[in-house]
Structures are given as C-alpha cells and as structure tokens.
Design a protein around this ligand. Structure first.
Ligand code: FE2
Length: 189
C-alpha cells in the first residue's frame, strides 16, 4: 500500500532530479524533501520495511523507478552492524528514522583513473546522526565511507534515496589498496 506522502515524495524527487543534472544541485534540491519524508514515515512504512537480520544490516526496498533513475530503501542496522568501506556511483540522500546512525568517512588521496588498484585512502571524520537528521553525498570523486551502528547502541533505521537502482557498489580493501565491485542484496517490498 502506498501513501499520499510517499507518492508525493517520489513525484517531487523524480521531477527535481530531472531538473538538476549536476549531482550537487540534485542533493540540494532533494535533502529538504527527505527531511519532510521522515516526519511522514509513519504513513507508509510497514512491517516489511523493518525487516532485519542477525547476519548483517538489511536493505528493504520501498521504491525502484522503472527507468532505474531513482531508488528508495529502508535500512535496518542492528547493534554492531556495519557496511564494508564502499562508494556509491551515484548521489544519495539519507535520513535517520530511529537510533543513531554513524558514518565514518574516507578521503581518497590517489587520483581516480578508474583502476581498481593502487588506491590510497585516509580515514576521515565521523558523523553521528539522530532521528530527523539528513545527510547526502555526490559522486566524482565518489564518496567513500563506512556506515553502521556501534555495538553498544540500539537498532537504527534509515531511509536511503539514490540516483540509480543501488544493486551494486565498489568495496575497498584499504590495506591492500584495492577495490572490487560487488552485488548488494535487498528485500523486495
Ligand atoms: Fe553508503
């Protein structure tokens, strides 16, 4: 079942992203929509959007555009669950519904010539995001980070909007200075 708030968000996000080909302009236009969507989440989130797993953080699909230009997921993070170090190949806008989502950034020191080796990353700062917070990122150079929830904190739930169907991304081995493309799973709506 879809809600008016979700339908309106999708319609506005689709329109604004088409008007803003520059990813930095796009996230500027979409971040306020995510802020409002968080307030409306109770009108469209259903039990399947809160599915979790003890084996790792869980991505639950909410919306996937037929032309693959936009996708929205709810992600459920149990205590101690983290992503690998990864990028996105897309802009993204993230809003926190529940708990404290932590983001640990990396800064790419070596130029990106599209190669999967000789990649030098330095650890950057951390961000702690509570309910109601919205953050975003843009590609080229791609945003590289780890996201998750500390083991001593409660479950977190967040909404993630991307500028493509987010079914794969690069994960990085910082010590080996390499990266590789992986498929990332999700639960269907
Ligand atoms: Fe990410």
């Amino acid at each position: 079942m879809t809600s008016t708030a979700l339908e309106s968000f999708i319609a506005q996000a689709t329109a604004r992203s088409r008007l803003q080909p520059d990813p930095a302009d796009c996230v500027l236009a979409l971040a306020p929509l995510m802020l409002d969507l968080l307030d409306q989440a109770g009108t469209f989130l259903e039990p399947q959007h809160y599915r979790s797993s003890t084996t790792g953080y869980t991505r639950n699909l909410i919306f996937d555009a037929p032309d693959a230009s936009l996708s929205l997921y709810s992600i459920v993070w149990l205590p101690g669950q983290w992503t690998p170090v990864h990028d996105h190949g897309s802009w993204g806008v993230v809003g926190v519904l529940e708990g404290i989502l932590e983001e640990r950034g990396y800064v790419r020191l070596s130029p990106d010539r599209g190669a999967d080796k000789e990649i030098d990353l330095a650890r950057g700062g951390t961000v702690l995001l509570r309910h109601g917070a919205v953050t975003s990122f843009v590609p080229n150079p791609d945003h590289i980070h780890v996201t998750g929830v500390a083991a001593d904190r409660p479950r977190a739930v967040s909404l993630h909007l991307y500028g493509r169907t987010m079914s794969n991304f690069n994960i990085y081995d910082v010590g080996a200075r390499t990266r590789r493309r992986i498929e990332v799973a999700h639960n269907e709506s």
